[in-house]
Design a protein around this ligand. Structure first.
Ligand SMILES: *[C@@H]1O[C@H](CO)[C@@H](O)[C@H](O)[C@H]1NC(C)=O
Ligand SMILES: *[C@@H]1O[C@H](CO)[C@@H](O)[C@H](O)[C@H]1NC(C)=O
Ligand SMILES: *[C@@H]1O[C@H](CO)[C@@H](O)[C@H](O)[C@H]1NC(C)=O
Ligand SMILES: *[C@@H]1O[C@H](CO)[C@@H](O)[C@H](O)[C@H]1NC(C)=O
Ligand SMILES: *[C@@H]1O[C@H](CO)[C@@H](O)[C@H](O)[C@H]1NC(C)=O
Ligand SMILES: *[C@@H]1O[C@H](CO)[C@@H](O)[C@H](O)[C@H]1NC(C)=O
Length: 772
């Protein structure tokens, strides 16, 4: 019993093995996209599934691949190693590679693979061709569209030049519509691609706006349908997928390919080894088993339309396709003549109707009279503007600051005779403020809408403003340094007119650099997209310059850095000046702190990825902060002194008459000492200050406070000459001078301990020794 069971088992085992050993039918289907495209590839896949089910094929694979090189690369090893029976090359994109591989193994004793490819050429031992009538499918869709359209306007979206066959199928659609309504208005767009949902939707909306109520397409996806449905219009399915299965009654008409009807007999013939009937053509057919297109209508489509459709379908099935209206019509003789297409003789058809071949049909691209070609659709980009609120915020803040600066300018003019202001040269103070105003205006321009002029103006204004501001500050303090820190302690008279050229030089350098930037930098406004977080179809106006421009800009920045360094040096030099009015080293140091603080924040911000808008905000805020901080730091103490001290300065000498002489440099102005102010060197001059520098220097007199002050204003001479009070007191001055002289002599030692450098002290002593 056991043996019987065992032998039965063995028999079973071997018989299974024998069945297994029988060669399985292996099939590979190439697709150009995944099966979820609700279009062509999905339909091919349905055909593959039906074939596998019907023929009980276990090994029925899919390969998603496109183009000659990729198809060769992936398909060839499979063909070589897997002993496939049938390869379905479903798309035109596979044609070349499949043909090449088929050629390789055309008479191979080992590789017997059959290739099903698209087209209608002469078949070979292992190459089967299949073609389907896409023109009739489009023709019948157009026919339906014209029947259903209420407005008499229909639209179409096609890939255009991206399709090898140009717009011939658009023409077939239109020809169908024209057959129904010779006056149909027809508008169509090219979108340059088989798959570009954004453009398709935009183009569809455009067509709907123009009054078209039915939009057809020869694209891979259903975007025209989606867009139509979204707008409440009916959609038609024209890419071979039964769209009504997905979108229901929103789709009033669709045709679907049934590849099963062709793949199945082909696979069966391959399996049986009979591939003689190796050219297949899929079209409308009375024989339901060969009727490739399955039409489906919505319930809204009334019987009248259905009847007309069926009549036309019957006509198409009945007659040879070579005489169908898309190949033969009354417009073709003229069109063919104009476009160099040859007419062909078709039996039973004579002029005025002319016919063209399918090959000529595929060359049709220029619209026929009656078709309106709207061109390549380009999505209009939407501009993303700089937020208005930020723009207003900056403009208003800056406007207020400009107003404050103007008030300060008036204040300078009003208080120009007070020691505090006068010692700081009112003209240069106004220059500094004017520079600040220019920077402020530049910032307002900076946040405004970019244009070519704005791009240039904002750089010009901001750089010129900073040049004026920093240049004036540096030059002004440079004079203080020269006056207070000259070794021979000569009276040096430097008038404003001698200094203006230096400020001018700063500006000229700036202007030259900016001119270079403007001329070679190609600084202009561009519509940038793909930057920042901009959407695909948004753009932003930004300023852009070329490499040369950027280099020049860096040069300008370096120039500013140099200017600031000079400023730092000068302020370090004048730190020894005791008189607050002259000593701006603190102010400059504080300004530098402000700038460095700003840079520490800005540089990381600029380096880290951030969008243009925040960049603008950061730069403008920094510009505002630096300018305002500089102005406040420099000017607040001055005005504070004006208000607290009025016409008396911090230093004794200001309280004396202006014509009094006292070496400012040597002034040891210790505010604590309540007694008479002491001059460090005692080298007092008995002369009243005059503008004749020679006389002063000849006498080797030292710098006098009055002189120092005088040099800071242009109207020195007139003031001094016209000042009757001063003239009255001429005699007193001499006394004062003498007093001072004595004082300083007495207290020489004490004063030496003050904050002068030892070098200076030695010099002072030398000078002092000369004196008596
Ligand atoms: C395919 O490969 C050939 C040579 O291997 C190359 O010249 C050609 O550019 C490639 N085509 C594409 C579309 O990559
Ligand atoms: C059928 O529909 C078309 C358009 O939708 C319309 O023009 C026609 O009058 C309708 N026919 C009937 C019988 O309702
Ligand atoms: C496709 O054709 C086959 C064979 O005629 C048929 O069985 C199948 O139902 C058809 N498929 C569709 C979706 O109509
Ligand atoms: C192919 O067709 C030819 C003639 O049409 C016939 O002689 C031949 O036997 C056919 N081959 C097969 C395998 O059926
Ligand atoms: C078409 O037929 C006419 C005569 O019927 C002939 O003269 C002409 O050459 C033919 N054209 C072609 C392209 O065969
Ligand atoms: C498509 O149209 C373009 C421009 O009209 C033409 O150059 C090209 O040859 C056409 N393509 C075909 C396949 O006819």
């Amino acid at each position: 019993m056991k043996k019987i069971i065992f032998s039965l088992f063995l028999i079973l085992f071997f018989s299974i093995n024998i069945i297994r050993c029988q060669k399985e039918f292996k099939m590979l289907t190439l697709l150009t996209a995944q099966v979820d495209d609700l279009g062509f590839n999905n339909m091919i896949n349905q055909g593959r599934i039906e074939v596998a089910k019907d023929m009980k094929i276990q090994d029925s694979r899919l390969l998603v691949v496109d183009g000659l090189n990729d198809t060769l690369k992936y398909l060839l090893p499979i063909v070589q190693n897997e002993d496939l029976d049938l390869v379905i090359c479903s798309s035109q994109g596979h044609l070349q590679a499949c043909k090449a591989i088929a050629d390789m193994y055309a008479n191979s004793p080992t590789i017997k693979t059959q290739f099903l490819v698209r087209g209608s050429s002469q078949s070979t031992t292992n190459l089967i061709y299949i073609s389907y009538n896409y023109a009739s499918a489009n023709y019948i869709s157009g026919y339906f569209a014209a029947l259903y359209s209420n407005t008499g306007k229909i639209g179409f979206v096609s890939p255009g030049a991206a399709a090898k066959n140009n717009d011939s199928f658009v023409y077939a659609f239109w020809m169908g519509a024209r057959q129904v309504n010779p006056n149909i208005e027809f508008y169509y767009y090219n979108i340059g691609n088989f798959l570009d949902a954004d453009k398709t939707v935009a183009a569809t909306n455009d067509l709907l706006d123009m009054g078209c109520d039915i939009i057809g397409n020869t694209l891979d996806d259903f975007s025209t349908g989606d867009a139509s449905i979204a707008r409440g219009f009916p959609a038609i399915g024209t890419n071979g997928f039964p769209q009504r299965h997905v979108f229901g009654e929103n789709v009033i008409f669709s045709y679907a390919y049934n590849w099963t009807k062709f793949f199945l007999p082909i696979a069966q013939s391959v399996k049986s080894g009979n591939t003689n009937n190796s050219q297949w053509y899929a079209d409308f057919n009375f024989d339901e088993n060969k009727n490739f297109f399955h039409l489906d209508y919505g319930f809204e489509v009334n019987q009248t339309i259905l009847d007309k459709m069926n009549m036309e379908l019957d006509y198409l099935k009945r007659t040879s396709r070579f005489s169908h209206p898309y190949y033969c019509n009354d417009l073709l003789p003229q069109y063919a003549k104009e476009n160099g297409l040859p007419l062909v003789n078709v039996s039973g058809i004579s002029l005025p109707i002319g016919c063209i071949s399918h090959a000529s049909f595929l060359k049709i691209n220029k619209p026929f009279p009656g078709m309106t070609y709207l061109g390549n659709y380009n999505i209009k980009l939407v501009e993303v503007e700089f937020p208005q609120s930020v723009q207003y915020g900056f403009s208003i803040t800056t406007g207020v600051l400009i107003a404050i600066t103007l008030i300060m300018m008036l204040g300078i003019v009003k208080y120009k005779s007070t020691p505090s202001i006068r010692s700081a040269s009112p003209i240069f103070l106004n220059f500094i403020l004017a520079g600040g105003i220019i920077v402020y205006i530049g910032i307002i321009v900076w946040v405004s809408t970019p244009s070519n002029h704005q791009c240039n103006a904002r750089l010009w204004l901001v750089t010129l403003g900073f040049s004026t501001l920093i240049g004036s500050l540096v030059v002004k303090n440079f004079r203080i340094w020269l006056i207070f820190d000259n070794p021979e302690l000569k009276s040096i008279s430097i008038t404003n007119y001698q200094l203006f050229p230096w400020v001018g030089a700063c500006l000229v350098i700036n202007i030259i650099l900016m001119s270079i930037l403007t001329s070679v930098g190609d600084l202009k406004e561009i519509d940038a997209n793909g930057i920042d977080s901009l959407g695909k179809y948004e753009f932003m106006k930004v300023c852009k310059m070329n490499q040369a421009g950027a280099s020049t800009l860096y040069t300008i920045l370096a120039y500013f850095a140099a200017l600031l360094l000079v400023g730092v040096f000068v302020s370090w030099k004048i730190r020894i000046v005791d008189i607050q009015e002259f000593n701006e080293s603190k102010a400059i140091a504080n300004t530098l702190y402000a700038i460095s603080f700003c840079l520490f924040v800005i540089v990381p911000l600029m380096i880290s990825p951030q969008d243009k808008q925040s960049e603008t905000i950061v730069l403008c805020t920094a510009g505002l902060f630096i300018t305002t901080a500089a102005l406040l730091i420099v000017f607040t103490p001055k005005f504070w002194r004006v208000f607290t001290l009025g016409h008396s300065g911090t230093n004794d000498m200001f309280r004396k008459k202006q014509s009094n002489v006292a070496t400012a440099r040597a002034e040891s102005g210790s505010k604590s000492s309540s007694g008479p102010k002491l001059n460090r060197r005692g080298n007092l001059v008995s002369d009243e200050f005059t503008d004749t520098e020679t006389s002063i220097s000849e006498k080797k007199v030292n710098v006098v406070a009055g002189a120092v002050l005088a040099e800071f204003t242009d109207d020195t001479v007139s003031e001094f000459e016209d000042n009757s009070i001063e003239q009255e007191n001429d005699n007193d001055e001499n006394n004062n001078n003498n007093n001072n002289n004595n004082n300083s002599n007495n207290k020489n030692d004490i004063n030496d301990s003050n904050n002068m450098s030892s070098n200076n002290e030695e010099k002072q002593k030398e000078v002092e020794e000369e004196k008596p």
